[in-house]
Write a protein that binds this ligand. Structure first.
Ligand code: NAD
Ligand code: TYD
Length: 383
């Protein structure tokens, strides 16, 4: 039986992972630590909030005393660290919060684990402890169109304040493992999609815009490409790293599934047209969606100014995770994407309050929890 501290467990991937882990490892005990910034939402944990194996703690990973207390009182042996500021556009508008949470917050967690976890007689880390840090493909920087996908051995070349802060945190994890023998692993994952993703990231933003018949903003020429992996496959990859990964190692987790943004948005539009055609009742809930008005969703695509410093291409080589861990992206892209489209069509009760901000009041009423101060750079990004 393991005792996990999951940081950022009320965010997109953390909430998916928390639900996934409770199904995968029924005997384990979980503590979720989340500051409930704009991106944290208790509603993403609703299916498991009453589970006696789960404890939710509203707090900041930069609070060393709190983190040490949690490690000690809950006898945590495994940290799975998701908490971060995660949106590139916000990092361009306000980098401070990114350095604070992603760099200093990670170092606080590392220091707390170093101070709290036992050593054996030889001074080595005791068996059964693990600090797993969740990172991104963006730390490798932009790839040329004909370059091979990034491997774990490639040098870091982060280009945005977001990716620079993630790279900084990765380096600290590596250094704590190397210098202090903290039993740590890192996974670098490509772009995720799936349920509970805040509608500022490409896929959910395009969906909620399309439902309302609003423009679908494509940056620059739309030829930038990303590797997409379903959040379920990412959770599986992390589980395999925890179960079979070697400490001190990095593992790439991706989908081997590269799409130019414009093509991906085009595919989403086609999927939406099909969903509305097969279920005309959707028109009652989304009267402004183009298919309800005999138009194609793709007519909403609008080219807008490019993101400053926009990386052209990310792609990951996943051979190491495949050969060492038996990782394989399990889900077909189109099936997972359709599932995601269905989830957003059916879960307006989740994203509606996120869009109008009322989920904060709901959380306060239900749980007496207040949201943290909005991060610098929070704007009217939800066009
Ligand atoms: P998210 O923005 O949806 O969630 C982040 C969560 O962290 C939120 O619940 C937020 O309240 C919490 N948080 C922020 N600052 C905190 C602090 N100081 N203390 C405690 N909690 C805090 O992010 P996500 O998309 O779920 O990403 C999770 C992790 O995965 C991040 O580390 C991110 O860099 C990494 N990642 C994301 C992707 C992706 O496509 N989304 C891809 C690769 C890696
Ligand atoms: P995003 O979801 O922000 O993830 P990341 O920048 O971390 O890869 O964006 C994915 C891609 O989509 C990226 O190339 C930027 C582009 N994009 C748009 O074209 N329009 C948008 O409104 C957003 C949010 C992103």
């Amino acid at each position: 039986m393991k005792r996990l501290l999951i940081t950022g467990g009320a965010g997109f991937i953390g909430a998916n992972f928390t639900q996934f882990w409770l199904r995968r490892q029924p005997a384990d005990q979980l503590v979720v630590l989340d500051a409930l910034t704009y991106a944290g939402n208790m509603a993403s944990l609703l299916p498991v909030l009453d589970d006696p194996r789960l404890t939710f703690v509203h707090g900041d990973i930069c609070d060393r005393e709190l983190v040490e207390r949690l490690l000690r009182d809950h006898r945590i042996d495994t940290v799975v660290h998701f908490a971060a500021e995660s949106h590139v556009d916000r990092s361009i508008l306000g980098p401070d919060a990114f350095v604070r949470t992603n760099v200093l917050g990670t170092q606080t967690l590392l220091e707390a684990a170093r101070a709290s976890w036992p050593r054996d007689a030889a001074g080595e880390a005791a068996e059964g402890y693990r600090f797993h840090h969740v990172s991104s493909d963006e730390v490798f920087g932009s790839l040329a169109a004909d370059a091979p996908p990034s491997t774990e051995a490639d040098p870091y070349a982060p280009n945005s304040p977001y990716s620079a802060s993630k790279a900084g945190s990765d380096h600290l994890v590596r250094a704590y493992e190397h210098t202090y023998g903290l039993p740590a692993t890192i996974s670098n994952c490509s772009n995720n999609f799936g349920p509970y993703q805040f509608p500022e990231k490409l896929i959910p933003l395009m969906l909620v815009q399309a439902f309302a018949g609003k423009p679908l903003p494509v940056y620059g020429d739309g030829r930038h490409s990303r590797d997409w992996v379903s959040v379920g496959d990412h959770c599986l990859g992390i589980a395999l790293v925890l179960e079979k990964g070697r400490t001190g190692e990095m593992y790439n987790i991706g989908g081997e599934n590269e799409w130019a943004n414009l093509e991906l948005v085009g595919l989403l539009c086609r999927l939406l047209d099909e969903e509305f055609a097969s279920e005309p009742e959707l028109g009652d809930r989304f009267p402004d969606a183009p298919p309800v008005n005999n138009r194609q969703t793709a007519e909403l695509i609008t080219f807008v100014d490019d993101r400053p410093g926009h990386d052209r291409r990310y792609a990951l080589d996943i051979s190491k995770a495949r050969s060492e861990l038996g990782y394989e992206p399990e889900r077909s892209f189109e099936v997972s994407l359709r599932h995601t489209v269905r989830w957003y069509l059916e879960n307006q009760s989740w994203w509606g309050p996120v869009l109008d901000g009322s989920y904060r009041e709901w959380m306060e009423e239900q749980y007496g929890l207040e949201y943290s101060e909005p991060v610098a750079g929070e704007t009217g990004k939800l066009r």
